[in-house]
Design a binder for this molecule. Structure first.
Ligand code: AMP
Ligand code: GLY
Length: 430
């Protein structure tokens, strides 16, 4: 079959890589894609928000499956447009993608169905939110209701910081209408873990765990970013934690969406925090994570097309998900300055070092092909990824491989996976 992938980041490159391994696939297209994806797929210059044009393209090229990587088209209803035309598409419909599209919706859902999460209040006026600050404990977390490129959560250590945060989100509208409403929630302490789950509306199958590093600088300092690196599996996500989450978080989340008439088909990404009182949900996303996907998919043994088709056909209960007994680490190479101002157009060299190296990958995010060669074209430029027999080895391999790539203003964190060193020996993880 022919496959169309919608998106242009490292996540979509990792998806294209997995799709290309499937025997079921003849040709891959990617809209709009990037310079790395171009080696596996034909790039299509259609914007991810042009749903009708994408559907026209899918019809014209007889696409057997369209995979939506990004959040904005899902939340905007791309799946509904494709389904209306009888096209096969992987991702939740608009009425289910709201799980990511509205924090107010997801928090209310968790409260109604008693899914463990931080205590919270919703606000649709800055005045009421400011008044609430007078009686709060600190730190406290402010979250824009809508999509904000992963940057809409503000951790405020004092009342003054929280006042500034409310101004930023609700009055200055840094994230536009995403800040019309906000959630103010309790600050939780614990290790964070991301678990991406395949869903068919009834059955939910969690993949192996991963941990992201959201802050721009070492030691979790600096601003929140889309993600600076990941490792999989998380040594903190033990078999006991997995069993708890399946029983009290994943299946109840799936059932809750069904009970609300919002059957969730696609990837439910559960952002967890492992607190002293047990695992709690920090957030849901309605799509693959970036850069979680870069460390999870290379370890998956199943044919990805078979699993995605089972989600669409409602036969996920027949699938036995299998992951390699190894580990994988992804270090993001960014443009110095990200997530604020940065320069683009710097020539990147060293890709040839990855040729024929088993277990090493260089996933492109913000790159572009020009006459001068491949150049930087975004904040997160590449995800240098490596497998290893265990987390320590994978981390060593990934950092060695970061040296193979050069470009002006190359920036990375040096402590991706450092938490691994602090993990208690002997913990077995999922
Ligand atoms: P979110 O967009 O909800 O995933 O939040 C982004 C990041 O902010 C999370 O990955 C956490 O690092 C942090 N965060 C969000 N909510 C909380 C919370 N209630 N307590 C502590 N940290 C949080
Ligand atoms: N890495 C976090 C996300 O994809 O939202």
């Amino acid at each position: 079959m022919n496959v169309l992938i919608v998106g242009s980041g490292g996540r979509e490159h990792a998806l294209a890589y997995s799709v290309a391994k499937s025997d079921k696939v003849d040709k891959i297209y990617c809209a709009p894609g990037n310079a790395g994806i171009a080696e596996l797929a034909e790039l299509v210059p259609i914007d991810s928000m042009e749903f009708e044009k994408l559907a026209d393209f899918a019809q014209e090229k007889e696409i057997g499956l369209t995979i939506i990587g990004m959040d904005a088209p899902l939340v905007g209803g791309i799946v509904d447009v494709f389904e209306k035309r009888g096209l096969r598409v992987f991702g939740p419909r608009k009425n289910a993608a709201i799980l990511e599209g509205s924090k107010v919706f997801s928090k209310n859902l968790m409260k109604k169905y008693q899914i463990p999460t931080a205590a919270y209040e919703n606000f649709d006026s800055a005045e009421a939110a400011l008044a609430y600050l007078e009686t709060s404990n600190y730190p406290i977390v402010l979250k824009a209701d809508g999509l904000a490129l992963g940057k809409g959560a503000l951790i405020c250590n004092t009342k003054e910081e929280a006042k500034d945060g409310i101004k930023t989100l609700m009055l200055d509208k840094q994230f536009g209408s995403a800040g019309d409403k906000i959630v103010i929630e309790e600050f939780l302490i614990g290790r964070e873990v991301s678990v991406l789950c395949y869903c068919d509306g009834t059955t939910i199958l969690p993949m192996t765990s991963a941990q992201d590093h959201k802050r721009a600088k070492d030691n979790d300092e600096g601003l929140n970013t889309g993600g600076m690196g990941t490792f999989s599996p998380s040594p903190f996500y033990t078999k006991e934690v997995d069993a708890f989450c399946r029983k009290y978080i994943y299946q109840p989340s799936m059932d809750a969406m069904k009970a609300e008439g919002r059957d969730f088909v696609g990837i439910m990404f559960v952002g967890l925090i492992l607190t002293k009182e047990g695992p709690k949900v920090l957030e849901y996303n309605a799509r693959f994570g970036d850069p979680e996907t870069q460390v999870v998919l290379p370890r998956m043994k199943n044919d990805i097309i078979t699993v995605m088709e089972a989600c669409i056909d409602g036969t996920l209960d027949k699938i036995d998900l299998q992951f390699e007994e190894n580990a994988c680490v992804c270090v993001v190479l960014a443009s110095e300055g990200y997530p604020l101002e940065y320069e683009k157009g710097k020539v990147i060299t060293g890709f040839e070092n990855f040729k024929n190296k088993d277990g090493y990958y260089v996933f492109h995010a913000g790159t572009k092909k020009t006459e001068e060669g491949i150049v930087t074209n975004g904040g997160r430029v590449l995800g240098v990824t490596a497998k290893g027999s265990d987390l320590k080895q994978a981390r060593k391999n990934a950092y060695a491989a970061t040296e193979w790539i050069s470009f002006e203003n190359k920036y990375m964190r040096h402590d991706i996976g450092k938490a691994i060193d602090e993990a208690v020996d002997g913990i077995t993880s999922n």
